[in-house]
Design a protein around this ligand. Sequence first.
Ligand code: HT7
Ligand code: ZN
Length: 851
Amino acid sequence: VSVTRREDYAPPAWLVPHTQLDFDLDPATTRVTATLSVTRNGAHDTPLRLDGAGQQPVSVTVDGVAVNDWRIEDDQLVIPLAGDAHEIETVVEIAPERNTQLMGLYASGGNLCTQCEAEGFRRITWFPDRPDVLSRYAVRMTADKARYPILLANGDPVAQGDLDDGRHWAEWNDPYPKPSYLFALVAGDLAVNRDTFTTMSGRTVELGIWVRAADLAKTEHALAALKTSMAWDERAYGREYDLDVFNIVAVDDFNFGAMENKGLNIFNSRYILADPDTATDYDYDAIAAVVAHEYFHNWSGDRITCRDWFQLSLKEGFTVYRDQSFSADQGSAAVKRIEDVRGLRAAQFPEDAGPLAHPVRPDSYQEISNFYTATIYNKGAELIRMMATLLGPVTFRAATDLYFERFDGTAATCEDFVACMEEAGDVDLTQFRLWYSQAGTPRVSASLTERDGRTTLRLAQHVPTTPGQPDKRSMVLPLKLRLFGAESGRALTDERLVLLDQPSETLVFEGLAERAVLSINRGFSAPVIVETDRTAADLGFLARHDDDPFARYEAMQQLMLDSLVAGAMGDTAGHDAVIAAVSDTLANPDLDPAFVAEAVLLPSESFIGDQLATVDPEAIHASREGLRRALGQRLDDQWREAYDIAPEAYVYSPQAKGRRRLRSVALGYIAASGAGDAATLAFSQFTAADNMTDRQGALATLANSDADEREAALDIFYNRYADNSLVIDKWFQTQALSSRADTGAAVAELVRHPDFTLANPNRARALIGAFAANQRAFNAADGSGYRFLADQLIALDKLNPQTAAKLLPPLGRWRRFDPARAAMMRAELERIVAAPGLSKDVFEQASKSLA
Ligand code: HT7
Ligand code: ZN
C-alpha cells in the first residue's frame, strides 16, 4: 500500500511556467500533444518526473528532438535533462468513451468533458500533477463540428476556425497560472443561456450556462444565483471576477457536485437545472449554494490554491464557510444555521467518531479522493467560523483581505491562513491550531449549581481518542452562553463568549435574582457535543423563551432526544413534555413558519442511534414512530390548522418556502397519527400540486404508508417524469428512504429496474446511497442490507472506484451495533477487501474500517 505523508512534502524539482495543449478530440481515440516549458527549481540533479496513469507515450521530444532515454517508473515518465530550462513535448492517445471512472477526459450524454481534481489530469497527459506546480495554459481543440459544435476551455477564447474535413478548431488562453487540477475543456452540442455582469470596477463579464438545448429553460435560477454570488463576493470580501468570460457547463455523469475549473466550471446537472415542476425548494437552495460555492472558489481555490492535498480544507473549509454565509444572507440566517448543523451532525460527527476519522488537515492518505469528506468541508468551515467569531466581523474581514493579498497567485497552506488571522486580529492562535491537527468531536459537560446566592457554572472538556491519536490535548472551545430566569423568563446576563481552553473551568455569577437556566453553545458557536444536566422543564423553558433561535431549536431537539432515547428503552414518560413544547411552538404567531418546521421535526433515527452505546435500529424506529404517532394524535387540530393554510400559487421566496415546508411536516404528522383521511389528503396534494416540493412531499408521505394510493402515486410520478433523469433519481430515492418494513426487498427489486444503472453516480447514490442511510432498512437483522451494499459496491468499484468508495462508510459503523450485526458487517468488509482487482479507493476505506 502506498501512503502519502504530509511530513514528506518537498517543493517540486521542476516548474512548468507554460503549458500548450493540443487536443485532437474523438470519443474513441483522442490524441493529446502537450508542450511543457520546464525550469529546474533550485540546484539539484533530479530528472524530470511527469505523472501519468498507465498510458504509453506515443512520442517524447526534448527541445524539438525525439528522445528515447526516458523510462516509466511507478506511473511516472522519467526524463533525464541536462540544462536548467527545456521544452518537453509528449504525445499520448486516450479513449474518453471507455472512461467509466469519470476522471480525466470522459464522455457524458454525447459530449466530452474533463474532471481533473484531484489527480485526473494525469489521465489526460504526462504532467507534474500536483497543486503547487502553477502553469499558464494555452489550449487548442480540434473536433468534428457537427457532433461537437461547441468547444470550451479555461480562460478567454482566442480564435476559432473550420477545417476542410468537417472538423473545426478553437483556441483558449488562460492568463492566470493554475495547477493542473483546475484544467478543463468541454466539447459538445450545447445551448447557452447568456447574460452579463458588471464588476465593481466597471468591467463587463460575459456569463454563459451551457446545457442540452431542451434544458435551456431550466437555467434561469442558476444564472440569477451566479450574478447574486458575484455581487455578494464583492460586497462581503472585496473579491472581483478577473476574466472576461465565466462559463458553466452542466453534465449528467459527475462524481461530485461541481468543479471550480478556472473560468469554466463544470457541474453535475442536478446543481444547475431547475423549474418548479421538477425541482424542490431544497434543490433550488442547493443550486444557489453550489453555484455560489464554485464561484467563490475563483478566489479561495483558484487565485490562491493549496500547496498540497493535505491543505485541502484551506480552500474547501473556507469556501463552504463563504457559501454558508452567502445562503444565510439570502433568507433566514437562523434556519440556514439549523440546516447546516443538522448536516454536520448527520455526516461529520459520525465520521469523526468512527474508523475513518481524520483531522481537518490530515497527516497521510492512500487515495486523496477519499478525503473530500464532511470533515474537510464542513468541520473545516466550522473552524473558519470560530476564527471569525474570535476576531469579530470587521477584523475577520481585515484578516481575509490580508490573506487574499499576501497569497494571491500562490499555493498556500492552512498555516498561512491561520497566520493571517493571527496577524490581523492580533491574537495568539497557537492552541486553536489543534483544531487542524486533532480529530474527534470534543465533548463539553456543563452544569449549573446554586448555593448561597451564587450561581456556579462548571465546564469541562474531553476530546475522544480517534484512530492513530490516543492522547488528546485540551482545545480552544468558543462557547457563547447566557443565563435566563427560570420564573420570569427574562435574560439574567448578557450573551458572553467563553473560551474554554482548559480541561475544566468554573464561572461564578453573583447576585442573580432568581434560579438560572443555562443557554449554551448559542448559534452553535463551537462544533462540539454539549452534555448538560438541564431538566425537561429547563429545556421546555428554553424551547419557548430563548432569544437565540438556534439555542431554542437545540433545546427542543434535546428534549425530543431525551424522550426518544428513553422511548427506545420502553419509557414513554417524556412524551408529554415534548408534545407541550411542540404545541406551544406551533401556536406561537411570532415564529417564522420555516423555523417552526425545523423545530417540530424529530431527530433522525441515525442521530438517535448516535446517542446510544449500542444502536438498536428496531427499538429506535419504534420509539420515534411512537412519538410521531403521539404528536400526530394529540396535536391533530394544530397540524390540520398548519396544513390548511390557504394554498397559494407557487413562488420561490423564503416565506413561501417556509410555508410549504411546514405544510409538508404537518402532513407527515397527520399521516403518522394514523388518521383515516391521511392518504386521501396526501394523494390530493400529490395530484393538485403545482410544484415539485409539494408533489414530492406528498409522495414521500405515501411511500411510507400501506395505502392503496401509494402504488398509484409512484406510477403516476414515474410515468410523468420518465424522460427526466434527475426526477427519476427522486423516484428511486424516495422508495429507498421509505420507513416501511419491506424497503430492503423493494430496493433489491429496484436494482433490476430498467432505469437503474451503476454507471451514473447520481442514480447509484439515489438508490444505494439512500438505502444505506436508511438506518432501519440497511441494518435488517438478517444482514441482507449489508450483503446488498457490499454486492453493489464491488460491482460499482469496477466502473467507478471513487463513487464506490463514498458508499462504504455505513459498513464501517460496525462497532456501534450488537455483536451479531457487527460480525455480519465485518464479514462484508472482509469480502470487499478480498475482491479481485479492488481499487485503492475502496481498499483504503474498507481496510481502515476493519481496523
Ligand atoms: N473542488 C471540487 C472537488 C471535486 C472532486 C473531487 C474528487 C473527485 C471529483 C471531484 N469533482 C469535484 C468540488 C468543490 O468542492 O467545489
Ligand atoms: Zn469546493
